[in-house]
Design a protein. Structure first.
Length: 83
């Protein structure tokens, strides 16, 4: 998986592809994003939304892999559990 291409190595939205997209890519460490529930984050990852592609359960990531992504996002924000 290549979230880093847009979100950057530290999730700051400064990945190498981010500038070419033409809109600000989400900073995954942002407290506002971190306040979202796990379900909202799961939905965003699985359904996507321009320019982020959908990474639904049937297409790219298993349910277990999706939870690893969510847990990593929580780690980036300074907490592993904000449910």
């Amino acid at each position: 998986f290549n979230c880093q291409s847009c979100h950057g190595a530290n999730g700051l939205g400064d990945g190498p592809t981010a500038q070419s997209i033409g809109i600000k890519v989400a900073d995954l460490t942002n407290p506002i994003l971190q306040e979202r529930g796990d379900g909202a984050i799961m939905w965003k990852i699985t359904e996507g939304g321009w320019p982020m592609p959908a990474f639904g359960l049937q297409e790219s990531l298993s349910r277990e892999e999706l939870w690893h992504v969510i847990n990593y996002l929580r780690f980036l924000g300074g907490s592993e559990d904000k449910r």
